[in-house]
Each structure stands twice: as structure tokens, then as C-alpha cells.
Design a binder for this molecule. Structure first.
Ligand code: AMP
Ligand code: MN
Ligand code: MN
Ligand code: MN
Length: 284
């Protein structure tokens, strides 16, 4: 399969921190010309059957998807899984365990925010969480915007929800090795999500890709809503250097918040092996 394909292999629904249902996302992806789609909710695959059925109803091809939160070198790294068997028990158990800490973390975030005079943030965030098990910083951000503390979610992240800020709570997510093995063990492909976002040094990034490959990881997001045009080039080179397939995805969360629409990014560079070529037998 060619790299000239409107594949969007990264987005979020109400099952995690998106604002649209899997069905509304499928419709929107189709309306923007997406030919191959994947819903990649954070740490949760509860939306997969609905997404696959909705894709089929629009004549779009589909790959199962998830975005797993991992702690690597004391930073949160996201690993996208594509084309796995969504019934795999080890993967399901691993995801259950990964999202398990979110409730406690949210309560601690709210306690931190209360110390700077922002009260009731846990209850407020919970109202925005379509799936309470997946309560995330995004839901806090939406609540604080609604409460008038900030004008937009980006501002909430900048002032309250990132390292060193009053609502940030350290959290240990899954281990890189485990996340990669849950995905590959379920017949899927592990893909490093938006690598430019982590702020790793060259040595740290070398460690990430070397260990990721060592555990059986096979792909990297090159064209993503989180990368600049210059970063597409940087990570196309990284893909070639490490022998990884390239992926493409908007990371769309919401019509109001997301700056990148489904299916509208440039095509994957033609000199890369697309993840959908490696995963062709897993496409539904
Ligand atoms: P969590 O998994 O609860 O730590 O939340 C992470 C999510 O927060 C990411 O998946 C993004 O959707 C969102 N996010 C992270 N940083 C920002 C930011 N600067 N502005 C808006 N949303 C962000
Ligand atoms: Mn998110
Ligand atoms: Mn991510
Ligand atoms: Mn994402």
C-alpha cells in the first residue's frame, strides 16, 4: 500500500478525553476524506467495537487502536497500539491496571488546586469525564475554563497542569516494555506517539528508540497534529535510522479545542514504510 493514503490513526472519543462519540468521530473522519481510520483512546479500548462498526457503515477501513501512557526517564511517553486483537486478555488487564491510578491522581490534583484557592475541581472535572475511569487532565482543563479560571484549555495546562505548576501530580504509568509487549502480544504494532513532544535530549531520545525497538516496537508517528512541518522531516529521518515504519494521525480531541482536523494533515513522506503496509492483514 502506498503512503498516498488518507489514513488518520490517532484520535480520541468520549471514552477517554475527546468530546465526540466514536460514531460522530467516524462520520467526521469520513466527511474529511479519511480512508483508513483508528480510534486511539487513552488506556482504554471500550470504544473499539463501536468505532469499527461506524467505520464500516461509512465504507472506511479500520485498525483497532489505543494510546498507552508510559513512564520513561521520569517523563510521560505515549505508545500507540494499532491492529491488535481487542479481546486479548493480557492487553485488557494491562490497560485496566494502567488506568487504575487515575481516580486517586485526580483527587490529589484537586487537593493541590484547593491549596491555591480553586475548590471543587475533582467534582467539576468528573462532570466532563464521559468515562470516570479515564478522568484526565483534559477534564480538569475543561472544568477550569467553564468555571472562568482560564480562557482556554491550553492556558490551564500552562498555568496549572504541567510540571512545577500547582495542580500537577507526579504519576507512574506503565513501563515501556510492558506497553509494547501488551500490544505486540495481541498481534498489533507499537508506535511511538508524537516524539517531538517529550523534550528529550538526543541521548534520552536514543535510549527511547533503542529500548522501544529492543522490546519489539515497530513504528513512529511522523506526521501528527503535535509536530511542526520541520519535525515531520526530523522524525522521517529517525524512522529510517531506526528501521521503523511511519504513522500519520491528527490526535483530534474536539471540534472546539483541536487545531488539527481529522484527515487534513499532509501525506506521509513517500520514502517511508507506512504502518498500514506492515499491518495490511490486520485492517478491517
Ligand atoms: P493525562 O493523560 O490525564 O495526563 O492527560 C494528558 C492529555 O492532556 C493529553 O492526551 C492531551 O489531550 C492533553 N494535553 C496535554 N498537554 C496539553 C496542552 N498543553 N494543552 C491542551 N491539552 C493538553
Ligand atoms: Mn488526550
Ligand atoms: Mn498523546
Ligand atoms: Mn492522543
Amino acid at each position: 500500500m502506498t503512503s498516498i493514503l488518507n489514513a488518520d490513526l490517532h484520535c480520541h472519543s468520549v471514552v477517554s478525553d475527546g468530546t465526540l462519540t466514536p460514531e460522530a468521530l467516524a462520520q467526521r473522519a469520513h466527511a474529511h476524506g479519511v480512508e483508513l481510520w483508528s480510534l486511539t483512546d487513552h488506556d482504554e479500548i471500550g470504544g473499539q467495537a463501536r468505532a469499527a462498526a461506524a467505520a464500516k457503515s461509512h465504507g472506511m477501513r479500520y485498525l483497532t487502536g489505543v494510546e498507552i501512557s508510559v513512564t520513561f526517564l521520569n517523563k510521560t511517553v505515549h505508545i500507540v497500539g494499532l491492529g491488535f486483537d481487542a479481546d486479548n486478555a493480557t492487553l485488557r488487564q494491562g490497560l485496566l491496571q494502567t488506568r487504575g491510578g487515575r481516580g486517586q491522581r485526580a483527587k490529589e490534583m484537586a487537593q493541590d488546586l484547593a491549596r491555591v484557592g480553586i475548590h471543587g475541581a475533582y467534582e467539576g472535572a468528573l462532570k466532563f469525564a464521559g468515562n470516570p475511569e479515564l478522568i484526565s487532565r483534559t477534564h480538569f482543563a475543561r472544568h477550569l475554563v467553564e468555571a472562568g479560571v482560564c480562557k482556554e484549555t491550553n492556558e490551564v495546562f500552562r498555568k496549572y497542569l504541567t510540571e512545577g505548576k500547582p495542580g500537577f501530580v507526579e504519576h507512574r504509568w506503565a513501563q515501556l516494555k510492558d506497553a509494547v509487549q501488551w500490544i505486540t502480544g495481541a498481534g498489533g504494532m507499537a508506535v511511538v506517539a508524537h516524539p517531538a513532544r517529550y523534550g528529550f535530549t538526543a541521548n534520552e531520545e536514543f535510549a527511547l528508540f533503542t529500548e522501544f525497538k529492543g522490546h519489539g516496537g515497530q513504528g513512529v508517528e511522523v506526521v501528527t497534529g503535535s509536530h511542526t512541518t520541520a519535525e515531520y522531516v526530523v522524525y522521517a529521518d529517525v524512522a529510517k535510522e531506526y528501521g521503523l515504519a511511519g504513522s500519520r494521525g491528527s490526535d483530534f480531541h474536539s471540534p472546539l479545542e483541536s487545531h488539527t482536523e481529522l484527515g487534513t494533515l499532509p501525506y506521509l513522506p513517500g520514502n517511508l514504510t507506512p504502518v498500514w503496509e506492515v499491518l495490511s492483514s490486520r485492517i478491517q
